[in-house]
Design a binder for this molecule. Structure first.
Ligand code: NAP
Length: 265
């Protein structure tokens, strides 16, 4: 389609899959990363092999000054932005203990990555989209844990920041639609990526038992919805919404479906 896309956190996982899905549609892609330069270059090479323009941008998206420099470089390279995917995020290394043990530095880091980053990047993207009067789309990658808790792993700031991201999606969405810029969010459930390799077999089994669809998710469960939300021909009347893609997990959050099946005989 020859649009200009920027995907944050695209060195691997869901972000890399999204960047490559856009490239496969013929869109040019900017690939952001923080640490994983080789992963970002690999995504970039795969996108370029699909015949589109692709560039990598190192920036900590939780840092507003880094984000400013990234957009300066991106707009210099691509001229304008049509679609921003705020994907970078995650739980990082979750500290031991309960709420009262939580280091406040962990709170700050999680909110910077999972909420502030989307506000910083969207602010630059919207300014450019307004200037160019072409409209555009912003898609925020939230989490099922924006709507159900994740207490076992003590991810208080992650859940709170992702819930904030859903509300940013609504508030920004209703404001910038007057410029024909559509903001929506996708909230994945358990999607197998490098981020989920930290779980052992017992933990994976516990996740699986809470998913009515009876399987873990894959990046291909997320990418078609992101492409759909980026396309005004298909989703032009969808504004400020968060779509949960979780195999049904959030509907009954705490139910163990396998145990239920066993007890039903
Ligand atoms: P992942 O495999 O760990 O990838 C995370 C990506 O974010 C990497 O490219 C990483 O790049 C980048 N990143 C992390 N911190 C960054 C920062 N400060 N600045 C710029 N880039 C940064 O994670 P994933 O599973 O694909 O998750 C992607 C998104 O989906 C996240 O927002 C996550 O919260 C959400 N999500 C995932 C799942 C799941 O089950 N996988 C479920 C719900 C929601 P570097 O390594 O280079 O820093």
């Amino acid at each position: 389609m020859n649009r200009n896309i920027l995907v944050t956190g695209a060195s691997r996982g869901i972000g890399a899959a999204i960047a490559l899905a856009f490239a496969a549609e013929g869109d040019n892609v900017g690939i952001n990363y923080r640490f994983d330069e080789s992963g970002a270059k690999e995504t970039c090479r795969k996108a370029a092999d699909l015949g589109v323009k692709a560039r990598v941008y190192q920036a900590d998206v939780g840092n507003s000054s880094d984000v400013g420099k990234m957009f300066e470089a991106y707009l210099e390279d691509f001229g304008s932005i049509d679609v921003l995917v705020n994907n970078a995020g995650g739980g990082l290394k979750i500290p031991e203990g309960r709420f009262e043990d939580m280091p406040l530095s962990y709170w700050d880091e999680m909110v910077a990555l999972n909420l502030n980053a989307a506000a910083y990047c969207s602010s630059h993207a919207v300014r450019d989209m307004v200037k160019n009067k072409k409209g555009g789309a912003i898609i925020n990658i939230s989490s099922v844990h924006s709507v159900i808790t994740y207490v076992k792993r003590k991810t208080f700031p992650y859940c709170a920041a992702k819930a904030g991201l859903n509300m940013l999606t609504k508030t920004m969405g209703v404001d910038v639609i007057r410029h024909n810029i559509r903001v929506n969010a996708v909230a994945p459930g358990f999607i197998s990526t490098t981020a989920t390799t930290r779980y052992n077999e017992e933990e994976l089994d516990a996740f699986l038992r809470k998913i009515p669809a009876g399987r873990l998710g894959k990046t291909g469960d997320i990418t078609p919805l992101v492409l759909f939300l980026a396309d005004p021909e298909k989703s032009g009347f969808i504004v400020g919404q968060t779509f949960v893609v979780d195999g049904g997990q959030s509907i009954d959050g705490t139910i163990d479906y396998m145990l239920q099946e066993e007890s039903n005989g």
